[in-house]
Design a protein around this ligand. Structure first.
Ligand code: ADP
Length: 508
């Protein structure tokens, strides 16, 4: 459980508030009930006391104590009514004391006499006896036969028992109620926050590539709905601005191509002119190299802007990646030989992926180009394919100079070059867009690319393509006859290497 979550903190706050409320209500209820039943008992004692006082007032002067006792025993019957009656004549003569009540709830003899002076007004007190507590009311009455203290009592035990039970019940119910309320509150808050979670999940998935996606709008009519609407409007504005900057980049690179071609043509004319002095020819030659670099840069930017616009998904077909790689190797073999680098394509097997053939070829060309460029004479560049159950793997490995560890995380970033001086031929020094184009094409194809490299130990670029849904899984025992008879066998063990020297692909 996350103790810092909003749901948890709200539930704790809610539980504390509820505990305080329940404790207040419980205590109030306990004391109110005690007060109510005690005042009921003391009222009933007062009424009986009036009856006794009346007997005393009606008694003629000189009446004997026995006659008074007789009258009380007959008319009030304290033992039968489970009451205590004691009559004391001033100053301290015990006239009458009732016996043990019928329910045996207390022993009358154990109820201590009123200590101190007699009260001016009728009052009630609690007297503890060995059998249990008793409430005793005391009233002073003046009659013709003298001054009397009339004490009436009843057991408090049933009342205190009810109070104890109530206290026990409250003590038991309070934690249960608080736990239920806190748990319920936690679940309710979590439920209330579900739309927010849904919004954040959708927001997680929104990237520059999917700016058309929108957050779910929760029809709550409150701040949450307003928030989702505002965020959606913001996403709309972001999409418009990203689209317009992509359009600008695409238009700018497109527009730059024509003047560059014209400049290049003009410069080539100057170089070809026989009357051109040698010093000028040299300077124009190096300007031409810069123009060529600029051309590559503009071409790269154009490709990237088209990929950003989702161009790669337009012409998807099943592409025989193994064959495409083999033909590309053959096309680049001359360049490699020129540089004393051997190209090894014996590890290429038939392999099908779904995608844009031209773009996939560009991936292989860029990776091969880098591998050849950064591998010293006598080195080898190896291409290999591998069919795994759910993915198709293409690997380009070289024995070149490798990439420094601190540069590895950035090699797929746009305009990143680990070190321009590392290219063997400066004219070949790229603009740092080759691998970002590879990355963008892979992303568009749902493929993952990673690189393993160490300085001096060569580099390995590994591409993992998702398997086309139209093909059965490798190793499946339910291959259809037509597929198992197809020329492109997909189980690695069953495939022969692709023969070199296949017809070249013209899609470069
Ligand atoms: P560039 O067009 O400059 O080659 P890339 O995006 O293709 O740009 O590559 C970026 C950087 O990654 C290069 O400048 C180079 O330093 C490094 N790099 C790429 N591939 C390799 C490789 N096979 N061996 C060594 N370094 C490489």
């Amino acid at each position: 459980m996350n103790f810092r979550s909003l749901a948890f903190r709200l539930a704790v706050g809610y539980a504390l508030l509820l505990s305080a409320t329940f404790a207040l209500v419980g205590t109030g209820m306990y004391f109110a009930l005690g007060h109510y039943v005690r005042s009921g008992l003391s009222d009933s004692l007062r009424r009986r006391s009036l009856q006794v006082q009346q007997i005393l007032r009606e008694a003629p002067p000189g009446v004997s104590d026995a006659q008074i006792a007789d009258a009380i025993a007959t008319r009030v019957a304290p033992e039968f009514n489970n009451r205590f009656v004691r009559i004391t004549r001033a100053p301290a003569t015990l006239v009458y004391r009732s016996g043990r009540p019928a329910d045996h709830s207390f022993a009358s003899a154990s109820i201590a006499a009123l200590a101190g002076p007699w009260p001016a007004r009728s009052s009630a007190r609690r007297v503890a006896t060995p059998d249990g507590p008793v409430m005793v009311s005391a009233t002073v009455t003046d009659t013709r036969s003298g001054r009397y203290l009339v004490e009436l009592g009843a057991s408090l035990e049933p009342i205190e028992l009810v109070e104890d039970r109530l206290l026990g019940l409250l003590g038991l119910l309070l934690p249960v109620l608080v736990a239920c309320a806190a748990g319920g509150g936690y679940l309710l808050v979590q439920r209330a926050l579900r739309p927010v979670e849904q919004m954040s999940r959708t927001a997680e998935q929104i990237s520059v590539q999917s700016l058309d996606a929108r957050l779910p709008v929760v029809p709550t009519g409150d701040a949450l709905q307003e928030l989702s609407l505002s965020l959606n409007h913001m996403l709309g504005r972001l999409r418009d601005s990203v689209h317009s900057s992509r359009r600008f980049l695409a238009d700018a690179s497109h527009e730059l191509r024509t003047p560059l071609t014209v400049v290049k043509g003009e410069l080539q004319e100057i170089v070809r002119d026989a009357q051109c002095p040698a010093s000028l020819r040299d300077r124009v030659g190096s300007t031409l190299e810069e123009v060529a670099r600029l051309e590559r840069l503009v071409a790269g930017l154009l490709v990237l802007s088209r990929l950003d616009a989702g161009d790669a998904q337009r012409e998807w077909v099943d592409v025989q990646l193994g064959e495409l790689a083999a033909s590309t190797v053959e096309q680049m073999r001359l360049v490699a030989e020129d540089r004393g680098v051997e190209l090894d394509a014996t590890g290429l097997r038939p392999l099908t992926v779904r995608g844009d053939r031209g773009r996939l070829k560009q991936v292989i060309v860029n990776l091969l180009d880098n591998a050849i460029k950064f591998t010293p004479r006598g080195g080898t560049v190896t291409l290999r394919t591998e069919q795994q159950p759910r993915i198709a793997v293409l690997e380009v490995r070289d024995t070149g100079i490798g990439i420094p560890p601190d540069a590895l995380p950035q090699v797929f970033e746009r305009f990143f070059r680990a070190d321009a001086a590392r290219a063997r031929d400066d004219a070949e020094g790229g603009a740092g867009l080759g691998l970002s184009i590879v990355h963008a094409i892979c992303t568009a194809h749902g493929a993952e690319i990673d690189v393993d490299s160490a300085p001096g130990a060569g580099s390995r670029f590994r591409l993992r393509f998702p398997r086309p849904p139209s093909l059965p899984l490798a190793g499946s025992t339910h291959r259809s006859a037509s597929l198992s008879a197809a020329p492109v066998a997909e189980t690695p063990s069953a495939v022969a290497p692709i023969a070199p020297g296949r017809p070249t692909d013209g899609a470069q």
